[in-house]
Design a protein around this ligand. Sequence first.
Ligand code: C2E
Ligand code: MG
Ligand code: MG
Ligand code: MG
Length: 272
Amino acid sequence: KAKEQGKGNACLYADWMEQEYRTRISQEADLRRGIADGEIVVAYQPVVDIGSGLVVSSEALVRWAHPTRGLVMPGEFIPAAERTDLMERLGELVLRIACRDAVTWEPAIQVNVNLSPRQLRSGQFLQILAETLEESGLPPRRLAIEVTETLLLDGTERTLEQLRGIRALGVNLILDDFGSGYSSLSYLHDIDVDGIKIDASFTRKLPSRKVAAIYRMVARLALDLNIYVVAEGVEEPEQLDWLRKNGIQFAQGYLLGRPLQTPPARHAEYLS
Ligand code: C2E
Ligand code: MG
Ligand code: MG
Ligand code: MG
């Protein structure tokens, strides 16, 4: 009897696997179709200079304008794309759209584009980056590439070479989601970055004493290394007050502006 039951479970498991596999394949095919049909759009979220209230840059955030599912957020399709070569195509597309858009912005602020580790795999990213800059006419100084710590921690020499190549083109490099993983600033020996973004999970807990101490330490370290700091996920006026009092230069979050599919505004409403 136990044997029959075991066999039954194995069958169910196989069915489940099969179903999972089919769902995955159809999701990938749908995304491939969406990319080809021009359904990928980019929203921009402002990064604000806390002192002056001016928008200094804007982060490009991908969305999928799906014909039946509506506007799909990156959390729902980036993981699937990252399992395949689709992430390279998607990343390249976002980069092209962001550069093409940013070149028209007035005033001429910087655009920040996220980079998936997958995009560095083929070794073609630097060439794509140089071509995109050339085609769009966007000066390299007006572009920043955001990479996560995971990428730096797993950093093989090949990865580091490409990251150095980004800066060698004159493009800015930003360390994203700082503090969300196994953080260590030790990799800054190997690679120079222009800015770091402190993860929203920290900002959310401000001004609690412990988190405030960590924030101050990171900000001090960054200052000594000549790296600017951006606070991510600022939602409350009290958080912004704390950041201002503690000399944090830049902030990004719903309080200052949500991601929108329109050009970034010159001034943050809240501060002006
Ligand atoms: P991220 O790079 O850390 O981007 C910030 C995310 O936080 C965005 O979510 C943004 O909408 C959200 N956010 C901003 N301010 C607030 C706030 O005050 N409160 C809260 N709760 N959230 C806030 P989004 O657009 O859903 O993107 C999520 C993640 O997906 C991004 O995190 C990034 O890792 C990834 N992503 C988005 N676009 C791209 C892309 O073009 N390429 C790659 N490789 N990854 C992307
Ligand atoms: Mg980012
Ligand atoms: Mg981030
Ligand atoms: Mg984050």
